[in-house]
Design a protein around this ligand. Sequence first.
Ligand SMILES: Cc1cc2nc3c(=O)[nH]c(=O)nc-3n(C[C@H](O)[C@H](O)[C@H](O)COP(=O)(O)O)c2cc1C
Length: 328
Amino acid sequence: MEFHRVIRVRRSLRAFSPRPVEKEKIERMLEAARWSPSCANRQPWRFVVVGADAPSRAAVEEALDAGNAWAKRAPVLIAAGARREDGAIVESRDYFLHDTGMALMSLLYRAVAQGMLAHPMAGWKEEPLRAALGLPQDFTPVAVVAVGYAGKSGDLDEATRKKDEKPPARKPLGEVAFRSQWGEPFEATLPSLPAKVYETELQLRFGDTDAMGHVNNAKVVTYLELGRVRFFGDVMGAERVEDIRFILAEVSCRYRIPILLHDRVIVRMHITDVNRSSFRFRYDLYDPRDGRVFVEAETVQVMFDYTAGRPAPVGADFLARARDYIGG
Ligand SMILES: Cc1cc2nc3c(=O)[nH]c(=O)nc-3n(C[C@H](O)[C@H](O)[C@H](O)COP(=O)(O)O)c2cc1C
């Protein structure tokens, strides 16, 4: 999974599947943490991995706050922390918790890149956790991370499900980042969400399906193509295919559920990551009747000058016409 996508899909969700997590996936997460940067390369972080059948498991679950009872379903719980003396101190600044947080972030992203959920928690009682894991007195535990595959939100109690359904929210960029001086907002120029998304319905044909009765995976890629052609016609005013002056550089698809012949399919798309000569489309193929998303996809296009035979800059005209559809 591409890194920008890992950042986008990472969420602290609470519905875990009982599906066990492969040992090597946990090892890769720990490896990602191990290769994190740390002040003076002191690597103060320490992790205790507690699987579903670990002798300490029941006691760790017991240490969780009632509001984190959902985490008991996660097949793996990882306690993380550090000792002050293992980290660097610069002037009077302690870096042991900072470095542990960075290592935890790598661990979380590696979990997401491997298709898993990883949810950090501060909601646990310290003394019971220390006793459960035999933590040394000078060790500061900072987080317990619930790790596993996503489960069904229907299995959660109502209050917990409501938390998971809340859309993610963030403070505006200018409130957390300053330019030049404290208090002078770093102005956001890129919209975090596009003003509009382009939608067009696709006509499924019997010949699109394979022996399983599903729309063939390769056909889905041609649906994206149709979306692009219509986008260029409707939004960019391209009347002929020769007016579409880009080449396709990359396609990635996440097939979530099969598309069947009786499904209705709308392609919903917008532009993101506009660079000097390339831009990205993000797509969802979904059924308008119930909102089921069949496929999430991304493609990268490179603007191309066919006469010169090389990439060309994304032009001002393109940006002006596509503006409302750029973001995210
Ligand atoms: C150090 C830390 C402690 C957290 N503790 C809890 C917790 O005890 N219970 C919980 O449900 N979520 C906990 N969270 C998750 C946050 O609520 C979540 O990261 C935040 O709401 C942003 O949502 P997102 O991670 O889905 O983007 C914690 C997150 C961090 C980084």
